[in-house]
Design a protein around this ligand. Structure first.
Ligand SMILES: *Cc1c(COP(=O)(O)O)cnc(C)c1O
Length: 458
């Protein structure tokens, strides 16, 4: 088959998959997972045709997917893929641009700069900030924290890029005790050492308690959260950021999903004061519903980010705002393009609707579950509902039954040393009927986890 036929075959299979996404099991059944052993082949000596390869991938692979691109997936904050973003990604794959610099791709350079400007506009962050499109909030957080350390040391007359960290003035890092594990990972990679990082005490909703924040100075990086991973809560920025800035500290905000509250007029107050920070990270692949891997590092001082991330070489020089000089990647695909497509097709009101709808749905679930006797543990300020059954055994049983049901899926967590489950709203495909279906399933199982689902759910 010629190239066009192969691409059409891939597209046809992709379209069929997406067309069936609403009726697919949310988590694959045992048979589909067992059938994956069919991939266990010897490396072919002579290549096998592309059509055969796609056929195998689709026939064995598609049934063993998690339908996180569908409407009934409430795990983590994963988001689906908006049609415009997914299609733009497909076209960009055909372009196969090395989007490192303007030389590598004039169009990628322009589209990512445009996406960056729109992002700063819709999130209402300082308009001169650098926007780097990296693989994940993990990688983008790492970049911002490296910039933070570089900038603080620079102010102290220490050049971390040339002289490294050995013998440098010690930088103190403060995180909320509830910080995301990937912030921990980024700090560890950067050599901060988890045991040396100060964990600020948090309240019952996972927010830093201002009175108990350790002292800060000009050698301090303060990491704050927009969207705590269990409760969806926000640190008290209005109180903490001016205090940190007055002390000379650098403030970084992990807003992997929560930063999008700023784009929703009804939720914007949650982010009040956040614009005073020095750097922010957020994901496209979560709440904006762009495909993986797409995230943003935003840095108020573009030079601070460019200084630590620069990868200019004799054969590859570019401006400080070239993406290869702001992200971890050197060769890279233009991760900003699906973000551009998502923002252009949703518009300001579309993004606001997406976020506000999920908030409303989360509140509705919380109210319905409380009424049915479940223990809702958080205030539901955003898109997360944190729940327990009548006791720990019931919680575990409910979780297991929902995950096995195939009709809805959410994940477990541990909150204040006890098991809980976490219902996240983040797919543009989730309509009220899907929310009702989830509520019906949970009512049926009951807060004590006793009902049997063997007779089916619908
Ligand atoms: C998901 C998440 C991250 C990490 O984001 P990735 O894009 O998966 O690396 C960081 N912080 C919070 C609060 C998150 O929810």
């Amino acid at each position: 088959m010629d190239e066009q036929g192969i691409l059409q075959d891939g597209d046809r299979r992709a379209q069929a998959y997406v067309a069936g996404i609403e009726s697919r099991r949310v988590f694959p059944d045992v048979e589909a997972c067992s059938a994956l052993s069919g991939f266990n082949e010897d490396l072919p000596e002579v290549g096998i045709s592309a059509t055969d390869t796609l056929k195998l991938m689709d026939e064995l692979g598609s049934p063993a997917t998690v339908a996180s691109n569908g409407p009934n997936y409430f795990g983590f904050v994963i988001g689906a893929s908006l049609p415009a973003a997914a299609a733009a990604e497909r076209l960009a794959l055909a372009w196969d641009q090395c989007a490192s610099t303007q030389d590598g791709s004039p169009v990628a350079d322009v589209l990512e700069k445009q996406a960056g400007r729109w992002l700063l506009d819709i999130l209402d962050l300082p308009r001169d900030s650098a926007v780097a499109f990296g693989t994940s909030a993990t990688a983008c957080g790492l970049s911002c924290l490296a910039a933070a350390r570089g900038a603080l040391l620079d102010r102290l007359g220490w050049d971390v890029v040339n002289d490294g960290v050995m013998g440098a003035p010690e930088i103190k890092v403060i995180v909320p005790a509830s910080t995301h594990v990937t912030v921990r990972k980024a700090l560890q990679i950067l050599g901060f050492g988890w045991a040396r990082v100060l964990k600020a005490p948090v309240d019952g909703q996972g927010r830093i308690i201002p009175d108990q924040l350790p002292p800060m100075d000009g050698r301090t990086i303060l990491v704050l959260q927009a969207g705590e991973v269990n409760t969806g809560e926000f640190d008290p920025f209005v109180e903490l950021i001016p205090r940190a800035k007055a002390a000379g500290a650098w403030v970084h905000v992990d807003g992997a999903f929560g930063l999008w509250a700023r784009a929703a007029p009804k939720l914007r107050d949650l982010t009040q004061g956040i614009e005073g920070a020095d750097s922010w990270t957020t994901d496209g692949h979560k709440w904006l519903n762009t495909p993986y891997d797409g995230a943003m590092a935003i840095c108020r001082d573009p030079q601070a980010l460019a200084r630590v991330m620069n990868s200019d070489a004799a054969y590859s020089t570019a401006s400080a705002d070239a993406q290869k000089n702001l992200t971890l990647e050197f060769s890279r695909r233009a991760r900003g393009i699906p973000v551009w497509a998502a923002l252009r097709t949703l518009g300001r009101t579309g993004v606001a609707d997406l976020v506000e709808t999920h908030h409303k749905q989360a509140q509705h679930i919380a109210a319905a579950l409380s009424e049915a006797g479940f223990d809702v543990l958080n205030r539901v300020v955003l898109n997360q509902v944190l729940v327990r059954g009548t006791d720990d055994a019931a919680t575990e049983s409910i979780l297991k039954q929902v995950q096995a049901s195939g009709t809805s899926w959410f994940g477990g967590s541990v909150w204040q040393d006890r098991p809980a489950f976490r219902i996240s709203l983040s797919s543009f495909r989730t309509r009220d009927e899907h929310v009702e279906r989830l509520i019906k399933l949970l009512r049926r199982i009951g807060p004590d986890g006793s009902a049997s689902l063997e007779t089916g759910v619908e």
